[in-house]
Design a protein around this ligand. Structure first.
Ligand code: F6P
Length: 325
């Protein structure tokens, strides 16, 4: 591996995701192995503007592979969206002698990386978001943990819904995407799953599924709603009005973002962190690390963000076949 790169920075930005710490660890340790100095930048792009830094050697990332959240903190920075902010951030890179930046986060983070690269700073993005909505990669760090957390919560809800013969409406995160809701909905055997990618018709997609389920002998119903599809509170009200049930609504919210990362998230984060440093050490810039059929590779950020990601049609069809029963 050719290595002209002497010092790099790593930051986390946007919503945190379980496994970000494992990625930071992999970046710091791979850098150490290659003789590259690694600087942790706290509080995302805002921290790069402010020069909020901490040196990361191998031992400073010990015992974080199993921890949720991010040891570097995270933030969303309005200032970094301005040219003045980007210039200040590029100035910090120059001052500190950073040859490249590894930015861990979602598409907002990658847009920031694109902007910074225009000032001559080498950047590589690692996808970290529970939403799994980054177009160029099959997988984003944190998705598996968030899905398992949501499944565990819904399994608990199901126990009490079963005892009381009730209808439960659960809202899961995912921003504008339905990947998390679809995956979770299929895992819990939901009566119905609503995702933003498919416009829903209450009668067909909720009422009729509950009816069919009741006709099949069920007396408790689980409706999973992606936050981008509808408000669970509104869906609950409509169920009460149209079907005369007395549903209970649960918004899982930020609970889905915390907790120990699963083995899958630790492994993906470690593989992606390793690859990010390898790519920077090769002298590449403006890249995103992607999982493509479990192969880790890098793609151009501009091309990657321009691609269109759609729901897995087969997964959706299976969910449809299994729901309303
Ligand atoms: O992108 C991750 C995510 O958790 C989304 O699922 C959600 O819509 C959003 O972040 C919530 O953001 P915040 O932490 O600012 O409330």
């Amino acid at each position: 591996m050719e290595n002209k790169v002497k010092r790099i920075g790593v930051l986390t930005s946007g919503g945190d995701a379980p496994g970000m710490n494992a990625a930071i660890r992999a970046v710091a340790r791979t850098a150490a192995k290659l003789g590259i100095e690694c600087v942790g930048i706290r509080r995302g792009w805002a921290g790069l503007i402010a020069g909020d830094i901490t040196l990361l050697d191998s031992s400073s990332v010990s015992h974080i592979i199993n921890r949720g959240g991010t040891m570097l903190y995270t933030a969303r920075s309005d200032e970094f969206r301005t040219q003045a902010g980007q210039q200040k951030a590029a100035g910090t890179c120059k001052l500190l002698g950073l040859d490249g930046i590894v930015a861990i986060g979602g598409d907002g983070t990658f847009r920031g990386a694109q902007d910074l690269s225009k000032y001559g700073v080498a950047v590589v993005g690692i996808p970290g978001t529970i939403d799994n909505d980054i177009v160029c990669t099959d997988y984003t760090i944190g998705f598996d943990t968030a899905a398992n957390t949501a499944v565990e919560c819904i399994d608990r809800l199901r126990d009490t819904m079963q005892s009381h013969e009730r209808c439960s409406v659960v809202e899961v995160m995912g921003r504008h995407a339905g990947y998390l809701a679809l995956y979770v909905g299929m895992s819990v055997g939901a009566t119905a799953v609503l995702v933003p990618e498919k416009e829903f018709n209450f009668e067909e997609d909720v009422a009729e599924k509950i009816r069919r389920s009741r006709l099949n002998g069920k007396t408790n119903f689980m409706i999973v709603v992606a936050e981008g599809a509808a408000s669970a509170v509104d869906v609950g009200k409509q169920i009460e009005k149209e079907l005369g049930l007395d549903p209970r609504v649960t918004i899982l919210g930020h609970i889905q973002r915390g907790g120990c990362p699963t083995a899958k998230d630790r492994v993906m984060a470690t593989r992606m962190g390793y690859e990010a440093v390898r790519v920077l050490a090769e002298g590449k810039t403006n890249r995103v690390i992607c999982a493509d059929d479990d192969v880790i590779r890098d793609v151009d950020i501009d091309e990657g963000l321009a691609m269109k990601k759609t729901l897995n049609a087969e997964e959706y069809a299976v969910m449809e076949a299994m729901s309303g029963l």
